[in-house]
Write a new protein. Structure first.
Length: 156
């Protein structure tokens, strides 16, 4: 039961549950895309609220603004990195990016296994500006060789 001084409105998505705990695939009337990963999303959203004392952003808001969901460990420093990773994994927007079963989620939740593919993000490219700054000597050398090649071509 909600406190009487609480002015928030709880939205129910067409009989499928509270919007804050409902994955995007359950919005609308078609229930054909729901499986265990939808339940894992709801479980992750529940853990999110329990550990942060804040409700998660609903899936619709997160679809429009991917940065709407803060990491649980940023809100509550007592949340371990592996626990935050498990919760965020469970709440991925696309079902294919969530744990396929509860056992996989449990392994990451308790820190027994890393999230599959978690190390890939750390080795991602820095971005164009950072890459240019990090490789300025090679870029300058390539540019200088290009100028020399153009000059030799023109001179004949």
């Amino acid at each position: 039961m909600m406190a009487t001084d609480d002015e928030r409105t709880i939205t129910v998505v067409q009989g499928r549950g509270t919007a804050l705990y409902t994955p995007l695939e359950q919005y609308g009337g078609d229930g054909g895309h729901t499986d265990a990963r939808s339940d894992i999303y709801a479980l992750g959203a529940t853990f999110y609220q329990l550990l942060t004392d804040f409700p998660p952003s609903d899936a619709k808001a997160r679809f429009l603004n991917p940065l709407a969901l803060a990491s649980p460990e940023r809100i509550n420093p007592n949340v371990s990195a592996h626990l935050a990773e498990a919760i965020l994994w469970a709440m991925e927007m696309h079902p294919d990016e969530r744990p396929s079963n509860v056992e996989a989620f449990r392994q990451v939740f308790f820190g027994l296994q890393p999230r599959p593919g978690a190390g890939l993000a750390e080795s991602s490219p820095l971005g164009l500006g950072a890459a240019l700054r990090a490789n300025w000597v090679a870029l300058f050398t390539a540019f200088l060789l290009f100028i020399i090649a153009v000059a030799l071509t023109i001179m004949g």
